[in-house]
Design a protein around this ligand. Structure first.
Ligand code: XMP
Length: 309
């Protein structure tokens, strides 16, 4: 791919399609949506508003981190607080596809409302080729695939532009680098649109998300130096007997997941030194009262997928 040519073509395409209108771009802090926000900004300047939807499912301090980076780069940025809507939609749902569909519907309703508020006709979003492949292949319904599976975005009052739709992850990173994004951004770990909901097996409640958020932060901190493709924690729906403060506790189980991959279509587990795993286990059990057991997942993709939901 000629990256410069690709960027110029996408900028021309965005300018042409959007014309005098306004566009919004939803950013989750993952690499695809961040690259998209920078690309959209380059094409439209202040006519593009980057939206960080704080749905209660994001990582620790993510709203501040992401909005700070965007604003520092001159991108008009708005944080929308909507956690209640998302938890209401996810309440009582345990089936992964049902959860994904409930998330998707709430997500686009939120964006539709925001578009109305900011008088935007278009949504620029960072769907990439792998998202479509997995959704069409019925592996899992990625939150940002609509028209490709017959859902008309007009239902949410949106017209969607997907500048990265032909690319896989390595291509997106190249575009990010060429666009002048800081290295920490274009090398950032992928983070799924439905956020920590993909890492909570069973019902997604504020408390269960809080647990997985804290565990994720510990895993990310301890594995940062290994530069994994993706590393995080998962909260299982099972429980296990343990001992906390000298007393019996039938607590929760957290899984450490870290994988190496190029395009997220296949992946292998990171070979983490045992001493590092031990440190993560100790921190999780000591810092999160509800956890009695920590596991390390050694499953490649396939047959596993990277996320759990
Ligand atoms: P899986 O779990 O299918 O994930 O092996 C492959 C890659 O896609 C990310 N992922 C998503 N990204 N919306 C996204 O934007 C989604 O609904 C979604 N589900 C999974 C996942 O983090 C991994 O990088």
């Amino acid at each position: 791919m000629n990256t410069k040519k690709f960027i110029n073509e996408r900028i021309t395409q965005i300018k042409k399609e959007i014309g005098p209108s306004i566009a919004i771009c939803a950013t989750s802090g993952g690499v695809d949506s961040m690259v998209c926000a920078f690309l959209g900004h380059k094409a439209l300047g202040k006519k593009m508003i980057a939206l960080f939807i704080d749905d209660g499912l994001m990582r620790e301090k993510e709203a501040q981190t992401v909005s700070k980076i965007l604003r520092k780069n001159g991108i008009r940025t708005v944080v929308v607080y909507t956690a209640k809507d998302f938890f209401r939609a996810l309440k009582g749902k345990e089936d992964p596809e049902e959860m994904r569909k409930a998330f998707r519907d709430t997500f686009y309703k939120t964006l539709g409302k925001a578009a109305k508020k900011y008088k935007a006709d278009y949504l620029i979003q960072g769907t990439i080729a792998a998202d479509i492949k997995e959704t069409k292949g019925k592996i899992k319904s990625q939150h940002n695939v609509l028209s490709q599976i017959g859902i008309n975005p007009k239902k949410y009052g949106l017209s969607i532009i997907e500048p990265l739709v032909k690319l896989y992850k390595p291509g997106v990173r190249k575009v990010g680098k060429e666009l002048g994004l800081p290295k920490v951004l274009y090398q950032r770990m992928p983070f799924p649109g439905p956020g920590l909901a993909t890492r909570v097996v069973g019902e997604v409640t504020p408390l269960r998300v809080k647990i997985v958020r804290k565990a994720t932060s510990i895993v990310e901190q301890e594995l940062k130096k290994f530069k994994p493709f993706q590393a995080f924690a998962v909260l299982l729906n099972d429980r296990a007997t343990g001992i906390k403060k000298g007393k019996r506790a039938f607590g929760n189980i957290v899984v450490i997941r870290s994988v190496e991959s190029k395009d997220a279509l296949t992946a292998i587990p990171t070979k983490i030194p045992y001493t590092v795993l031990e440190k993560i286990q100790k921190r999780i059990v000591h810092e999160i009262p509800q956890i009695t057991k920590v596991l390390y997942d050694i499953s490649p993709k396939p047959p596993s997928t990277i996320e759990y939901v």
